[in-house]
Write a protein that binds this ligand. Structure first.
Ligand code: KG4
Ligand code: ZN
Length: 343
């Protein structure tokens, strides 16, 4: 079964066509980086207008690249939230109309679950229970999945998301937008031990994250060294090392306590070279299978939504006509989504 998946949750208009939730036939992303770069961050109003302009060309290109036409589709999936409301509305309205017009089943996924399902693309899928680390520009969450659609959030960020912290530190250092990938490249030229960052102390849930203190310290350190260009590689490497240490800090204990059979990392920050290598090293030591998607499936894309939609439809979860975009959508267990009707 071919599923067409659409994501317009932030500043990328994306559409992918995936066969049987496993084989990516196309995955087209129209990025708005250049447009938002001059503002140093995403401008929601501009993002939604650009989605309106790009949605038809992107969907058309995804179908062409997949060698499919509308008649070949078995379902339509979309990201419903969380994200920028105006941006989400474009994708949801378009996908819902397309499914209705074609008489196809429609699945509306949570953006976090779509990131998680990027690890279900391909021949090998994570064994349950799987501990997920979802790290993006808006989230840093540790989510246990005991089976399809059974989510337990074990930890989350109290302040900035990891990607957000990367982007803000990069911006302070004058690196291009979005900062994460540029900081990653810069860090490869520096010494990660040059500037030690303390482990943030927090009360309450021990598995939560906090990145704003690390971010502030990186900026203060840059200031105290006279904002000199030659300190940037060492500072980037040290900051990145601290963020990666935090992201993996609780993983061994959580894997053990939850008897997880696999560990999966997803979201834009899963592209980070140090996070990928450190996670690989950790999982080899622990003897736990590690799943990280290829980089084009880490950042926002339509193929991960198509895969989430495939599994939702396989479980009989249909999203109906009342499905709407939601900027703050919680991660809902599939048990709560049962009983939906066709459009
Ligand atoms: O998942 P995503 O595409 O969008 C959201 O759902 O937020 O993630 C985007 C985030 C941005 O903050 C971006 O800077 C970060 O992922 N990112 C990276 C890298 N590539 C993308 N952060 C660190 N290192 C990277 N290589
Ligand atoms: Zn995302």
């Amino acid at each position: 079964m071919l599923i067409l998946g659409i994501d317009t949750s932030c500043d990328d208009t994306s559409c992918g066509v995936v066969r049987a939730g496993r084989v990516v036939l196309s995955n087209i992303v129209s990025s708005q980086f250049d447009i938002h770069a001059r503002y140093g961050g995403v401008v929601p109003e501009i993002a939604s207008r650009k989605h309106v302009e790009m949605i038809i060309p992107v969907v058309t290109e995804a179908l062409e690249k997949a060698g499919a036409d509308l008649g070949d589709l078995g379902g339509v999936a979309v990201t419903r939230g969380p994200g920028l409301l105006g941006s989400l509305l474009v994708g949801v309205s378009f996908a819902k109309s397309l499914a209705y017009g074609l008489g196809l089943p429609f699945a509306a996924a949570n953006h976090l679950e779509a990131h998680i399902f990027a690890n279900f693309v391909g021949p090998e899928v994570p064994a349950f229970p799987v501990l997920n680390l979802v790290v993006s520009g808006g989230h840093s969450d540790l989510i246990l999945m005991r089976s399809f659609g059974q989510y337990e959030v074990l930890g989350r960020t109290r302040d900035d998301a990891a990607g957000e912290a990367f982007d803000k530190v990069a911006r302070e250092m004058g690196l291009p937008y979005p900062g994460g990938p540029f900081l990653d490249k810069m860090a490869q030229k520096g010494d990660g031990k040059a500037c030690p960052f303390p482990h943030p102390k927090m009360s309450g849930n021990p598995f939560d994250f906090s990145f704003s203190g690390l971010k502030t310290r990186a900026v203060q350190e840059f200031e105290s060294r006279g904002r000199k260009q030659d300190v940037i590689p060492d500072l980037c490497a040290s900051f990145q090392r601290a963020v990666v240490r935090e992201l993996l800090y609780h993983v061994p204990r959580l894997l053990e306590e939850t008897s997880s059979k696999s560990f999966a990392i997803s979201g834009g920050v899963a592209s980070n070279s140090l996070l990928r290598s450190e996670a690989r090293r950790l999982c080899e030591d622990l003897g736990v299978p590690l799943f990280i998607p290829p980089k084009d499936l880490c950042t926002d894309n339509g193929a991960m939504v198509a895969t989430a939609g495939y599994y939702m439809l396989r479980e009989g979860l249909l999203s109906g006509a009342c499905t709407d975009a939601s900027s703050s959508l919680p991660l809902l267990p599939w048990e709560d989504l049962k009983g939906g009707t066709r459009l």
